[in-house]
Write a protein that binds this ligand. Structure first.
Ligand SMILES: NC(=O)c1ccc[n+]([C@@H]2O[C@H](COP(=O)([O-])OP(=O)(O)OC[C@H]3O[C@@H](n4cnc5c(N)ncnc54)[C@H](OP(=O)(O)O)[C@@H]3O)[C@@H](O)[C@H]2O)c1
Length: 284
């Protein structure tokens, strides 16, 4: 099988690539920085039983539709048609909306949402023609609830949920399976950087939950793909949020406003507390 992994040079994408390479599949890693791609290739090739010749690396910015289409074409020319696409390329820049430069907002949408659509577009027609293929979009738990400081990120990741759902209706009966997953905090280079920028309002909502390992998230994603799961959730609270969000979110906001006041005093984050109270009252 030929597996194409965008964002395959790091974190969750790299952990998924390792699992497929260990099975003997042909793996193409796509990301921007050639140095990190080389390191990733060496890391995968050092795994027991992995054939170096079955790993291909390509430098590409998935935000460019044309560049992504060209790159996927080259990968398919060397390793054959894409059987599985893992769209993992993504970035996060937490910052309050009114402080966030337009370019920073737009880049998150361009890479996380449009970049995923670009990668899907590059493989989808071929998969449809062959009546075979699997697509996995890596969204985030942040698609399930709005988080302070994550306007662009939440928007980009919840847009993926709509995209995956709509595309899966188009793909029904074509032999192409479209899946999406909503990972929790996961210990990767992106997380380490993000945690240093995460606003404390967001920290309060998310708490000090221990992040998952990239290997555990990757194993769950690959298992889900093997079983043909359309949606993959992680852990009890994110799964509950996915299925019972409209019931849970008002209570969560109310609890958050109480916690905010308890920790920071009555006047702390008045906007956050007011919104929570209003939301709770209205939803009652
Ligand atoms: N870590 C978490 O807590 C967490 C939680 C939920 C969801 N996720 C999602 O999981 C995915 C992987 O995240 P991660 O934590 O594994 O991050 P990571 O370790 O930073 O890896 C991100 C990968 O995406 C690539 N990438 C970024 N922008 C790109 C672009 N424009 N074109 C091509 N490749 C690009 C990066 O390589 P280059 O920079 O060299 O391009 C890198 O290979 C992301 O979509 C992220 O939003 C992460």
């Amino acid at each position: 099988m030929h597996v194409i992994v965008t964002g395959g040079s790091s974190g969750i994408g790299l952990a998924i690539a390792k699992l497929y390479a260990a099975r003997g599949d042909r793996v193409s890693l796509l990301a921007r920085h050639p140095g990190r791609l080389e390191e990733a290739r060496a890391e995968i090739a050092s795994l027991q039983g992995v054939d170096d010749a079955l790993i291909r690396i390509c430098s590409v910015d998935v935000a460019s539709a044309a560049e992504t289409a060209r790159t996927v074409e080259l990968c398919e020319a060397s390793f054959g048609p894409c059987d599985i696409l893992i769209a993992s390329a993504g970035i996060v820049e937490p910052q309050a909306f009114d402080a966030m430069p337009v370019s920073v907002f737009d880049e998150q949408i361009a890479i996380n949402f449009l970049g995923t659509a670009n990668a899907v577009r590059a493989v989808y027609k071929g998969m449809k023609r062959r009546r075979s293929g699997r697509i996995m979009m890596i969204s985030s738990g942040a698609a399930l609830i709005g988080i302070f400081g994550y306007t662009a990120y939440c928007a980009s990741k919840s847009a993926l949920a709509g995209f995956a759902e709509a595309l899966s209706t188009e793909a029904a009966a074509t032999g192409v399976y479209v899946s999406i997953c909503f990972p929790p905090d996961t210990l990767t280079p992106q997380y380490r950087r993000e945690i240093s920028l995460r606003p404390r309002e967001a920290e309060m909502l998310m708490g000090a939950v221990k992040p998952w390992s990239a290997e555990a998230v990757a194993a769950r994603i690959v298992r889900g793909l093997d079983r043909g799961q359309a949606k993959i959730h992680f852990g009890l609270s994110l799964t509950a949020l996915a299925y019972f969000g409209p019931l849970i979110k008002p209570l969560l906001k109310w609890w958050l406003s109480r916690k905010t006041r308890k920790i920071f005093g009555q006047d702390a984050y008045p906007g956050l507390a007011d919104t929570a109270e209003q939301g709770f009252d209205r939803d009652k």
